[in-house]
Design a protein. Structure first.
Length: 260
């Protein structure tokens, strides 16, 4: 049973690849692309958005985020499983995994504030761990499934993270990566890009506790590789039968693979 005090409910596990406690410029944003992305800036950014994270996501996705979480959780086949949810934030996917029958879920995130928001809500069968996706603090073959939703894009070395996911997944286990993508329709892609770079940052000023973070969101989505590249990364990391499902006209892509 977790303590109701989020400070004691969140387990701290940091490694050599975690951000150092060195100073960062207040409000500074990480690099949008993979080159030069600073984990300390990612952590600080998500610490700032934590207070209104759920509200902002629901508003900016027009309520679709709940459906995306359900699809992601279902793809992991969580019934009776021990599941690791990486970049868990306040635990929305973790809660959905439990709702769909997971025996136990470990919710891991680099941002302590995000995890504290989730721990404060007191969910059963969820353990909150403050740690790094690039150096998971778990033994080999610890989990039946690993999920990550809208978080791989924020990891400085996403391919290293996928290798870590493979390491901690049992043979035959599942990995599910839910991430933003470019819409498949050229016409809709143009409209979507205009929303990302124009309307979304302005809308975020109203609903978010840190509007500049959503400028990073837009830029990082535009810099993210295509579906085939992500599928190739998963195969290289040690997952087989990799498939992708598009949601919301291709705004979101859900990849799944099985540990070889």
């Amino acid at each position: 049973m977790l303590s109701p005090d989020p400070e004691t409910a969140v387990l701290r596990h940091r490694s050599a690849t975690s951000p150092s406690p060195g100073p960062t410029v207040a409000g500074e944003l990480p690099a949008a692309g993979r080159d030069g992305k600073d984990a300390a800036l990612v952590q600080a950014m998500f610490d700032r958005v934590a207070p209104r994270y759920d509200l902002a996501n629901a508003a900016l996705s027009f309520g679709q985020d709940a459906h995306w979480r359900r699809v992601t959780a279902g793809a992991a086949r969580p019934a009776d499983a021990h599941v690791l949810d990486v970049a868990a934030g306040p635990g929305n996917v973790a809660v959905e995994l439990v709702r769909q029958g997971a025996d136990e879920v470990v919710a891991l995130d680099l941002s302590f504030n995000m995890l504290a928001e989730g721990a404060r809500r007191g969910h059963d069968r969820i353990t909150w761990v403050n740690g790094d996706a690039q150096a998971l603090p778990f033994p080999d073959e610890s989990f039946d499934a690993v999920t990550i939703s809208f978080g791989l894009r924020n990891v400085p070395d996403p391919q290293l993270a996928l290798r870590e996911f493979a390491r901690v997944t049992r043979p035959g286990g599942r990995v599910v990566v839910c991430e933003f993508a470019n819409p498949t329709s050229p016409a809709f892609r143009t409209i979507y890009r205009r929303y990302l770079v124009g309307a979304l940052p302005q809308f975020a000023r109203v609903v978010s506790s840190s509007a500049p973070a959503y400028r990073y969101l837009a830029d990082s989505i535009l810099a993210w590789p295509d579906r085939a590249s992500i599928g190739g990364w998963l195969s290289t990391a040690g997952f087989r039968e990799v498939m992708v499902k598009d949601l919301a006209f291709g705004i979101v892509a859900v990849h799944r693979g099985f540990r070889a």
